[in-house]
Ligand binder design. Structure first.
Ligand SMILES: Cc1ncc(COP(=O)(O)O)c(C=O)c1O
Length: 401
């Protein structure tokens, strides 16, 4: 065999994304001819949800009309205008199309903002548990991800004092994800105001990840940008979740108090120029998404509500398992308190091999040391969830480490 002579950069070892890594194991199980019940990935299109036809038509029309060239690097003006108008409509009156960048999903928006913000050794405050892309990008930038811990005993609510205690002279940015992935928690305006007050006093850039803002089980969403006077805040959102087209890769970032972030916006523009543009024809869906019919969202929530309720009921009935009911998104982060449990990754892999149910281990999102969790995605139809929880219950009943 030929000896391998080329080695990748060692720091890439720190770039991890559990949600997709674990799926590799599931593919192995499927190769053995066993059907896996997938409760691991937040893609509604894998289940009984479909992209709204008016969005498909908008993109199809754009492609047929020959709108298949590069877009400006900050995005098509019509899409940027729609995002700005939507922000103004929701109370963020300062946002103009010039403050908006259309990106390849929120993922690229996060990448652009963090890359433009963090130097090696800088610190960024991330919720723990939280969405692992933030950690992965911080690792790539040689920046330090510092965890703050929303309190599970208090419905996974963040505490401004705990957050503030994590700040050092190197802290540059704070990520707040509302609703949160993986806990499904949503935060009140008082909680958000307290977190933003910390950011204001310490002059941190806030990344307000609101990709699940329209997916709520009651209540109304308070955009962080409406509470952010005097805070350097960038709002992140996109079409992947509420508009049911994650494969299109349409997201955006908007500087909500542009006067406080002029230089940062210029830095983002440089990075955006260097990568040319986000996918262009799909940007024609932004205006019809934000200003066209929203009926599909109510229909999706009507499907998701009983799925959430089933998940909460079934899991809380199992001894050694407890879950805080999520109030937004389609995730929850149940806790495992089982004798001898050392690693929730091993637990999740054993469950996959023995019962062919796939969750993501809590370690993949971060968790308080000494605790064990897993993330459940409750997008599958009721009968699939029912079967998955029956298998899970059986597995826990015979649990031995
Ligand atoms: C909290 C959060 N932010 C960002 C993303 C990335 O979304 P996109 O598909 O827009 O890149 C996700 C995807 O699951 C997410 O859960």
């Amino acid at each position: 065999m030929q000896r391998q002579v080329f080695r990748p950069a060692p720091h890439i070892e720190n770039v991890r994304y559990a949600i997709r890594n674990i799926a590799v194991e599931a593919a192995r199980v499927e190769a053995e001819g066993k059907r896996v019940l997938y409760c691991n990935i937040g893609d509604p299109l894998r289940f009984d949800f479909a992209t709204p036809p008016h969005l498909v038509e908008a993109v199809e029309r754009a492609m047929r009309d020959g709108k298949n060239g590069y877009a400006p690097s900050a995005g098509l003006l019509a899409a940027r205008t729609a995002v700005a108008n939507d922000a103004v409509k929701r109370g963020m009156s300062q946002v103009t199309p010039g403050d908006v960048f259309i990106t390849a999903g929120v993922s690229e928006a996060i990448d652009l903002v963090l890359t433009a913000t963090l130097e090696p050794g800088d610190e960024v405050l991330l919720p723990c548990p939280g969405y692992p892309l933030y950690d992965a990008i911080a690792a790539r930038l040689h920046a330090k991800a510092v965890a703050y811990h929303p309190d599970e005993a208090n419905g996974w609510q963040p505490d401004a004092r705990e957050l503030e205690s994590r700040i050092t002279s190197k802290t540059r940015a704070l990520v707040i994800c509302n609703p949160n992935n993986p806990t499904g928690a949503t935060y009140s305006s008082q909680t958000l105001a307290a977190l933003l007050d910390v950011a204001r006093r310490h002059q941190l850039l806030v990344l307000a990840d609101e990709i699940y803002d329209r997916l709520l089980y009651g209540g109304t969403h308070v955009p962080m940008g409406t509470l952010a006077e005097g805070v350097a805040l960038v709002m992140l959102n996109g079409l992947s979740k509420a508009y049911l087209c994650p494969g299109w890769r349409v997201g955006w970032l908007a500087f909500v108090n542009p006067n406080l972030t002029r230089d940062l916006a210029r830095a983002v523009q440089r990075l955006a120029d260097a990568r040319l543009c986000g996918p262009a024809p799909v940007q024609h869906a932004v205006e019809p998404a934000l200003f066209g019919s929203q009926a599909h969202i109510a229909a999706a929530m009507a499907k998701l509500l009983p799925r959430r309720d089933l998940m909460v009921k079934r899991l809380n009935a199992i001894r050694g398992v407890s879950v805080v009911a999520p109030s937004g998104a389609f995730y929850a982060m149940p806790r495992l308190e089982l004798p001898g449990l050392q690693s929730d990754e091993q637990f999740v892999l054993k469950l996959l091999r023995e019962e062919q149910v796939l969750f993501v281990h809590g370690e993949g999102f971060g968790q308080k040391p000494g605790t064990h969790h897993f993330r459940v995605v409750f997008l599958p139809p009721l009968e699939v969830l029912d079967e998955a929880f029956a298998r899970f219950e059986r597995f826990v009943a015979r649990w031995a480490p």
